[in-house]
Design a binder for this molecule. Structure first.
Ligand SMILES: C[S@@+](CC[C@H](N)C(=O)[O-])C[C@H]1O[C@@H](n2cnc3c(N)ncnc32)[C@H](O)[C@@H]1O
Length: 276
């Protein structure tokens, strides 16, 4: 199973402590993309939804809240340590239409024709065989059901990632390195080619762009450092860490409008139907 994953179960297990440390306690601290996904996929009360690569619970928690008492959401992920945090968050928001399943998205443990909708936010980049993953989503969808995959757009159009990575590379005196894997499906047509190849019909792509208002820039930067760079930043002494914070505060200044920082985010949605 390990060989099927681009970055592997051990990688995600290793990252789960920094993800759970920075996750929301209840509803997402930035629910914008989750709400866009719910609207664009037309998720409605009473439906049965499967969320793949759910991690610490996004968008599963928000979908569960949108389904009301009559629907059902299954949060599914390769990494049980991530799902433990999703479960904690669901309890905190009083969500009882949610269930959890640890499963590899290329070999799902669900029956054929089970779900009205399958979602996946920032997960499809990771299985080695993305078409096999999309075929599995197709298999577990009911005829007439639909899938919505959200992936990050290009690296250079996502300042939350490149600003911090560049500053850390500079602080370490290193090259920035290749574009991170999370942006590997960010070009137009990449998602639709996967969905077409898997057998979905009426496939479309949409841009999901928004500016996230950031009230507490230091908190935003600290969370990003813990989530993505804790091993690196832990090596810094206090002075180097203070200098890095100063560099990052300055690097985010161009995104300040009328006194508040607004972080541009660019994701893409791939959407398709299972033929009736
Ligand atoms: C970038 S995180 C996204 C988590 C969440 N959906 C979010 O948007 O915050 C990617 C998640 O995909 C999971 N994952 C990676 N490869 C997977 C695979 N092959 N099958 C199922 N889940 C996988 C990881 O365990 C991780 O929780």
């Amino acid at each position: 199973m390990e060989g099927q994953n681009q970055v592997g179960r051990d990688h995600w297990k290793g990252r789960s402590s920094s993800w759970t440390a920075t996750a929301a306690q209840g509803l997402s601290t930035d629910d914008t993309l989750n709400q866009m996904l719910i609207e664009l996929t037309g998720i409605a009360p009473g439906e049965r939804v499967l969320d793949l690569g759910s991690g610490t619970g996004d968008p599963a928690i928000s979908i569960g809240l949108a389904l009301g008492d009559s629907g059902a959401i299954t949060a599914c992920d390769l990494t049980p340590e991530m799902l433990a945090k999703a479960r904690e968050r669901s309890v905190n928001v009083g969500l009882d239409v949610i269930s959890f399943a640890a499963s590899e998205m290329t070999a799902l443990t669900f029956e054929n024709n089970t779900f009205d909708c399958v979602t996946c936010r920032f997960g499809l980049m990771f299985p080695e065989d993305k078409i096999a993953a999309a075929r599995e989503a197709l298999r577990v969808l009911k005829p007439g059901g639909r899938v919505g995959y959200v992936v990050w757009g290009p690296y250079g159009e996502n300042p939350p990632f490149f600003v911090i990575r560049r500053a850390i590379a500079e602080a370490m005196g290193q090259e920035e390195g290749p574009v991170p894997h999370r942006h590997s499906l960010g070009q137009p047509r990449q998602l639709s080619e996967i969905l077409d190849s898997a057998g979905f019909v009426s496939v479309e792509e949409r841009d999901m762009r928004y500016k996230r208002p950031v009230d507490d820039l230091d908190d935003y930067i600290n969370r990003a450092l813990i989530r993505g760079y804790s091993e690196t930043v832990d090596q810094f002494d206090d002075a180097s860490r203070d200098a890095l914070m100063d560099t990052l505060r300055a690097a985010f200044e161009p995104y300040r409008e009328d006194g508040r920082v607004y972080m541009p985010n660019y994701a893409r949605l791939g959407f398709g139907w299972k033929a009736v």
